[in-house]
Design a protein around this ligand. Structure first.
Ligand code: PLP
Length: 410
């Protein structure tokens, strides 16, 4: 007698709307190829540690020296000393009301993005999200019963949003505007006047500003970073950053969020974030010991972004490769750790970015992320990280060009 196989356990339905292809199907296939002995150049994740970068020594020491203090849970919002260090650092850059009580330390910015949207949204609420976006913003909106409404950041505008267009997307259900600056994946960094216009829209429509500034000090060729919170003043704003990128310590899982704006207006949100923080007890404690050294210590990222620095030279090599290619067009990234080129010309005819990424991996041994993974309505872009050295990225672009030339001939 055959025993009936029980049906698969159902999971949350809205998961079917969520995509995170940076670690998705292509990455799984990469794992299979590697298990078969294939050597791949994997440019899908902005993970400095896997490209030979180390967290600065003074951060490592800050943890090692006090490791024996890290056994207990901390306060749910984070170690008081770490939060005071963050508040002091942001007060210096003009953050209004920077105070340790308004700082939330999380297991990476990732956890705090989810927490903030969980604190904010009721079913059917809408969030204005950039397109392209870092896809966690869309995923966390959807999984907290909200709806991402995309404002376009078009390549022809240097991937800057159009505030007029943004305003037309606002409805009675809109609760927040997400800004990712400098942007992942486009590398755009927004000028002050543009940010002021967006702040004015948020103010007019009473929308929370959710500002992801995790790449705030990764800037090239004189690009200037403008923090949004000082421009927002008493208007509610939640600013995020952390140790993963600027301090090259992704694996430590440390991020923070700072709530600024009028005390009475942000009181409920502050309490909600505190409750959600308490429910997950606290963030990774060893990592928190490095926060003071990171935010108040020497700048170790600028030399990497300046001429002769590793990130600068790789970015330069990407720009040169795209300029030399008849198949590629690039808006040079002003900041962050990525390039987001477009495929153009004959090679772009019938182009499907997923198929291309798979073919690139199978035929040329390079893993990139298809552009449509970043919630854009076009299929001719891909993202690479700028973390490998210049020689590797030049080799990668030679392989990409070779494949595109083959496709253009077909
Ligand atoms: N926000 C952006 C724009 C990112 O690119 C990333 C990671 O790549 C994160 C947030 C998440 O970072 P964390 O490692 O702090 O969770």
């Amino acid at each position: 007698m055959s025993v009936p196989v029980p049906p698969s356990l159902p999971t949350r339905q809205r998961l079917s709307e969520v995509r995170y292809e940076i670690r998705g199907e292509l990455a799984r296939r990469a794992g299979e190829l590697e298990a078969q002995g294939r050597k791949l150049i994997k440019l899908n994740i902005g993970n400095p540690g896997s490209f030979g970068f180390r967290a600065p020594a003074h951060l490592q020491h800050a943890i090692a020296d006090d490791m024996d203090r890290t056994d207990p849970y901390t306060h749910q919002q984070g170690l008081p000393a770490a939060r005071e260090a963050i508040a002091a650092a942001y007060a210096r850059r003009g953050m209004p009301d920077a105070h340790a009580d308004r700082v939330f330390v999380g297991n990476g910015v990732s956890e705090l993005i989810d927490m903030a949207l969980r604190a904010l949204l009721n079913p059917g609420d809408e969030v204005l999200v950039p397109s392209p976006d870092y896809p966690l913003w869309s995923a966390a909106t959807i999984l907290n019963d909200g709806r991402p409404v995309y404002y376009r950041c078009r390549p022809e505008d240097g991937f800057a949003p159009d505030p007029n267009e943004m305003e037309t997307l606002i409805s009675s259900r809109t609760r927040a505007i997400v800004l990712i600056n400098p942007n992942n994946p486009s590398g755009a960094s927004y000028p002050r006047e543009l940010l002021e216009r967006i702040v004015a829209i948020a103010r007019k429509h009473n929308l929370l500003l959710l500002v992801d500034e995790i790449y705030d000090q990764i800037l090239y060729d004189g690009a200037v970073f403008e923090p949004v919170a000082p421009l927002a003043g008493d208007h509610p704003c939640l600013t995020f950053s952390g140790l993963s990128k600027v301090h090259r310590a992704c694996g430590w899982r440390v991020g923070w969020g700072l709530l600024s704006g009028d005390g009475a207006r942000v009181a409920e949100l502050r309490a909600a974030m505190d409750l959600l923080s308490a429910l997950r007890l606290c963030a990774n404690v060893p990592g928190q010991l490095a926060i003071d050294a990171a935010v108040n210590g020497p700048d170790t990222i600028s030399p990497l972004c300046a001429p002769g620095g590793r990130l600068y030279e790789t970015r330069k090599a990407v720009i040169a490769a795209c300029n030399a290619s008849e198949h590629l067009q690039l808006v040079a990234p002003a900041g962050a750790l990525y390039a987001f080129p477009a495929v153009i010309g004959d090679a772009a005819l019938g182009f499907d970015d997923h198929h291309f990424a798979l073919q690139l991996m199978e035929e040329e041994g390079v893993l990139v992320v298809p552009g449509s993974s970043f919630n854009v309505p076009y299929h001719n872009h891909f993202r690479v990280t700028l973390l490998p050295d210049a020689a590797t990225i030049t080799d990668v672009f030679a392989r990409i060009d070779r494949l595109l030339a083959r496709r253009a001939e077909q």
